[in-house]
Design a protein around this ligand. Structure first.
Ligand code: GLY
Length: 381
């Protein structure tokens, strides 16, 4: 059984159902109602590489490499699109301060052998003519790409059902059923039920918690290995290329303050803020203003796009901002959460890891540093 119908939970469920397991996914709202429905879909380990996070980078790179096969297989199994695109990425310096920062990032990328190339402003504008003449340079990361998370969630839900799995929405997992030191199922109530509502026990021999920012809330998080997950708010704008106008860019465009993805159908996603605001999902004027300003600095034409809407979601983050994937303390309990900024890129590899564990095989070695047990003993979120 899987608690959570986002990209991570559904990808794990799909792989397990394909492996012949009997799988039920419990989802409080609708598939992708959490972070997956707000994620932009960056498959961008090189662009998002951070100093001191080399093990996470290795994991993200391996997951990125799994994407072409994962997307092709999912599209073939469901006849639904995933929006997977080998777009490459440009990390653009809006000014000389940015260029200093990005030069350091580029040196780090080169040191790690990532094959990222420094571009002069004119070379960057040859690749993306809509970039501002004021930019101060860019990093070209040809390996990075993108997918459409909402399309991916739709395809995964369809793939799960086609593989014999089941998805139950409108139920909230509120407790674990254990007997003799092992998992026996999950206690659920109707979503939104008052405290103290009668609990139904849904039996299961294995339970995977993949409930994003809600993974360690309440009784579900009472497992000693429960990763202390906190919500990290991200606001994002939905824009659209107007009829007769050119798309703003072909590559994924990143700056130190925003990123912009252009989909082949003319939809443009501009993200994302990163805010520690608890479980607040309000779209704020400040968030919208800052994102538009950040995009406009490097792509002035972004201001001409149609504004379709804005969304806010909650990334699930652990204290070290890396995922927690693996066995819990109670036998039969597993965790796949804490994917923070990397949930979409990590979905294929996380699913492979969980399916491997439940089939008695070794999960990918790149997950070794990222077991939930690293938080045992209590680390404050
Ligand atoms: N991966 C981009 C974000 O979390 O905003």
């Amino acid at each position: 059984m899987v608690v959570g119908g986002g990209a991570i939970g559904l990808a794990c469920a799909w792989r397990c159902a394909q492996a012949g397991m009997s799988v039920l996914v419990l989802e409080r709202e609708a598939p992708g109602a959490g972070a997956s429905g707000v994620a932009a879909g960056m498959l961008a380990p090189v662009t998002e590489a951070s100093f001191g996070e080399e093990a996470l980078l290795a994991l993200n790179l391996e997951a990125r490499a799994a994407w072409p096969g994962f997307a092709a297989e999912l599209e073939e199994a469901t006849a639904l699109p995933t929006g997977y695109l080998d777009s490459g990425a440009l990390v653009v310096a809006a000014d000389r301060d940015d260029a200093e920062e990005l030069r350091r990032l580029h040196a780090f990328q080169v040191e790690l052998g990532l094959g990222a190339e420094w571009l002069t402003p004119s070379a960057a504008r040859e690749r993306e003519p809509a970039l501002s003449p004021r930019i101060a340079g860019a990093i070209h990361a040809p390996q990075d790409g993108q997918a459409d998370p909402r399309a991916v969630v739709r395809a995964l839900a369809a793939g799960l059902v086609a593989a014999g799995g089941e998805l139950r929405t409108g139920v909230e997992a509120v407790g674990l059923e254990t007997a003799g030191g092992r998992v026996g199922g999950v206690q659920v109530v109707p979503a939104g039920a008052a405290d103290g509502a009668e609990r139904e026990v849904v039996p299961a021999t294995s339970v995977l918690i993949a409930a994003g920012a809600w993974s360690s809330a309440g009784e579900i998080g009472s497992d000693p290995f429960a990763p202390p997950v906190r919500p990290v708010k991200g606001q994002l704008l939905d824009l659209r290329v107007r009829p007769g106008r050119r798309p703003p860019a072909r590559h994924l465009i990143r700056t130190p303050r925003c990123y912009l993805l252009t989909r082949p159908d003319g939809q443009v996603v501009l993200g994302a803020t990163q805010e520690e605001q608890g479980f607040d999902r309000t779209v704020t004027a400040d968030g919208v203003y800052r994102l538009l300003e950040a995009a406009w600095e490097v792509l002035p034409d972004a201001g001409e796009l149609e504004l379709v809407g804005a969304r806010a979601g909650l990334r699930p983050a652990t204290p070290d901002n890396a995922p927690a994937v693996g066995a819990g303390d109670v036998e039969g309990l597993l965790w796949a959460t804490g994917h923070h900024r990397n949930g979409i890129v990590l979905a294929p590899l996380t699913a492979a890891a969980i399916a491997a564990r439940l089939s008695g095989r070794e999960p990918p070695a790149a997950f070794a540093p990222f077991g939930p047990d690293r938080f045992a003993g209590g680390v404050a979120a």
